[in-house]
Design a protein around this ligand. Sequence first.
Ligand SMILES: [Zn+2]
Length: 96
Amino acid sequence: MMTARVTECRDCKAKIMFIKIAGKDRTMPVNAESVYYIQKAGGPAKIVTPNGEVLSAELTDNPDKATGIGYISHFATCPNADKFRNKNKSDRKKAR
Ligand SMILES: [Zn+2]
């Protein structure tokens, strides 16, 4: 079900993958390790499902309670997420 390639966050070196967001022409970095989640509107975690849907959810360790298996947005856990968000600015300065 999952064909995304595992890669490394260029900032914190965590294992991440890029999942294509359903219906959008873009990908989102997520932690490579899958998690169990309980889908919940307004939940604290941003989950991306293997199908590329982005959900609000609560994480759980209990597979019996979980509504599915997904991936946590790497923006939420990357210690250098600010750099990510300013990526466009810094890229421009670097002059590729
Ligand atoms: Zn990172």
